[in-house]
Design a protein around this ligand. Structure first.
Ligand SMILES: CC(=O)N[C@H]1[C@@H](OP(=O)(O)OP(=O)(O)OC[C@H]2O[C@@H](n3ccc(=O)[nH]c3=O)[C@H](O)[C@@H]2O)O[C@H](CO)[C@@H](O)[C@@H]1O[C@H](C)C(=O)N[C@@H](C)C(=O)N[C@H](CCC(=O)O)C(=O)O
Ligand SMILES: Nc1ncnc2c1ncn2[C@@H]1O[C@H](COP(=O)(O)OP(=O)(O)OP(=O)(O)O)[C@@H](O)[C@H]1O
Ligand SMILES: N[C@H](CCC[C@H](N)C(=O)O)C(=O)O
Ligand SMILES: [Mg+2]
Length: 489
């Protein structure tokens, strides 16, 4: 039901207003090209353009009122706030009926492992016959129904809309990836989180945050804002990560820690075994022990499975059931995904796009490769440039042969991105092939029985971005085509 402009401003600090604030508002939009009759158009001062400049177009399309940072010479009611970005979430929350207050909302943040953990939690919840919803890098999913998305954490209006849909479809557990951009840009303002999960903090996104300290400050906001009526609330923190101590201090809810090395961790993984098929370990917690198996290889997989296990047990599920759910998970798309066409070597597609992520997967692949490890990767354009030589270095340290190629060059010159990666490379055994298809074909062509071809950086992505154009491209498909061309089926 439509509410008045003054009503939807209830949770927002209004600096000033003009016109009739009792006008009925049917919805909220931040893009003039998508605004509908009777909606409030939020004028966002962006990094590229200023939404205020499109207000006239929005009014022409039927916008009933404007949310502004400066009054505009237009004949519609206007509400002025200090930050339109920060105000959009709380306003959208009113419009969509405060959905986050009507389900359990878990936020997962950290440099790597967010998508993976959301998938594990979804599985644990559905194993308990709970309806679950996910919002993250792979889009949203509501009780199994896929909704495409193009950002790890969507904009505030979209977040509230998705949570609203989850509530109407009877979802009781919603798990959302919360990126540092989202925390900084107010995309999760208006959300009442019950649980915050921290994975780890390593270098990424310094193009945006500038320093690791600022990057961590953004992440901390999730844990400092675990407030609201719904109970219980808790933070699940990786006790092995150097950021742990700071996050313990800022957390507004009780902390439950997990880890492998930290002797004080509430949930500790012991007897860790990493094989080509996955990980096996025991969790020691509250005087109990539980065996866990999880079918994604890599030491880092222990952390992901452990964090999800902690959530399941802390919310009251039987540890055995939680372990059973984890054991049933076949893997997350594009995360250490095997491409199998009957070839006598392994082909692995993985989404590692940070120095830490790449180091982990390269090491994991190295551990179970008898022959040579051939790694194909690149770095995204219009992203943290400092990552590039570091990724070059970690890849060259453990691989026998490197093919440096393009990821999503976006508006940068692919050759220059490659040059920056090559600065970190300490081996002569490499090739620079900017065409990613050619790079994958070459790697498959070179591979001998017992080798591994690791294709990193794009995982589940089904596109490649050149300039602002999006072209279809799927590493797994391209690898399959290359293998078929070599006679495998
Ligand atoms: C740094 C960043 O996050 N930028 C986001 C930001 O862009 P911007 O502020 O530059 O927007 P803008 O293009 O200047 O437009 C300003 C306003 O004018 C409006 N507009 C514009 C044109 C028009 O005709 N009419 C109109 O109303 C726009 O809708 C917008 O509201 O707001 C845009 C609108 O929502 C986003 O698309 C854009 O994401 C860009 C594309 C992006 O790539 N973001 C990445 C870095 C990101 O957010 N990544 C994180 C982290 C990933 C992870 O590691 O997990 C993520 O959560 O995905
Ligand atoms: N706990 C972890 N620690 C370090 N690296 C990890 C961890 N989990 C996954 N990775 C690596 O990072 C890649 C991305 O994993 P995932 O998609 O789960 O992370 P994410 O945090 O969602 O990333 P994004 O920032 O793109 O949303 C994986 O393909 C793997 O290579
Ligand atoms: N969520 C990350 C994903 C990077 C994936 C990589 N393929 C790239 O395009 O850089 C980002 O937006 O920085
Ligand atoms: Mg993700």
């Amino acid at each position: 039901m439509a509410k008045s402009l003054s009503e939807i401003m209830n949770d927002v600090k209004v600096q000033d207003s003009s016109g009739d604030t009792e006008v009925l508002i049917k919805g909220i939009a931040m893009d003039s090209r998508r605004v509908k009759e009777g909606e409030l158009y939020a004028c966002v001062p962006g990094f590229k353009v200023d939404g205020h400049d499109f207000a006239a177009a929005a009014v022409k399309s039927g916008a009933a009122a404007l949310l502004v940072e400066r009054f505009l010479p237009l004949e519609v009611p206007q509400v002025k706030v200090a930050s339109v970005r920060q105000a959009m979430g709380p306003i959208a929350a009113v419009i969509y009926g405060f959905p986050s207050e009507r389900l359990e909302l878990i936020g997962v943040t950290g440099t790597n492992g967010k998508t993976t953990i959301t998938y594990l939690i979804e599985k644990i919840a559905s194993h308990q016959k709970q309806k679950a919803g996910i919002i993250g890098t792979l889009g949203a999913r509501i009780d199994g129904r896929e909704i495409p998305g193009d950002r790890t954490t969507p904009e505030a209006i979209e977040v509230q809309k998705l949570l609203g849909e989850m509530v109407s479809e009877g979802v009781s557990v919603a798990v959302m990836e919360v990126s540092s951009h989202a925390l900084d840009l107010g995309r999760v303002a208006g959300c009442e989180f019950d649980v915050g999960i921290f994975t780890n903090l390593t270098q990424d996104h310094l193009d945006y945050h500038k320093t690791m300290e600022e990057y961590l400050n953004a992440k901390s906001k999730l844990f400092a804002n675990l407030k609201g009526e719904k109970q219980p609330k808790f933070s699940i923190l990786n006790g092995d990560d150097p950021a742990f101590l700071k996050l313990v201090k800022v957390s507004s809810a009780p902390v439950v820690s997990y880890g492998i090395h930290n002797q004080e961790a509430d949930y500790r993984a012991e007897y860790v075994q990493v094989t080509a098929d996955g990980v096996l370990f025991k969790v020691r917690f509250e005087g109990k022990i539980q065996d866990i198996t999880y079918a994604t290889p890599g030491f880092f997989s222990v952390y992901n499975a452990l964090a999800a296990f902690v959530w399941g047990v802390e919310r009251g599920y039987d540890p055995k059931d939680v372990a059973e759910a984890l054991a049933e998970i076949p893997g997350v798309p594009g995360r250490f995904e095997s491409v199998r066409c009957g070839q006598p070597f392994q082909v692995i597609v993985d989404y590692a796009h940070t120095p830490d992520g790449l180091e982990n997967v390269v090491r994991t692949a190295r551990d179970f490769t008898q022959g040579k490890l051939i790694t194909v990767f690149g770095c995204g354009g219009d992203r943290d440039r400092g990552k590039r030589p570091l990724m070059g270095r970690v890849a060259s340290q453990e691989s026998d042969f490197l093919i440096v190629t393009s990821d999503n060059p976006r508006t940068e010159d692919p050759q220059l991105i490659i040059q920056e990666i090559l600065q970190g490379i300490s081996t002569t055994d490499y090739l620079a092939l900017p065409d990613r298809r050619e790079a994958i074909e070459k790697a498959c062509h070179m591979a001998k029985p017992g080798d591994t071809v690791l294709i990193a950086g794009k995982g589940h992505e089904t596109y490649q971005i050149f300039g602002t154009e999006v072209h279809p491209f799927d590493d797994r498909e391209v690898a399959r085509e290359s293998l078929r061309r070599l006679g495998y089926v």
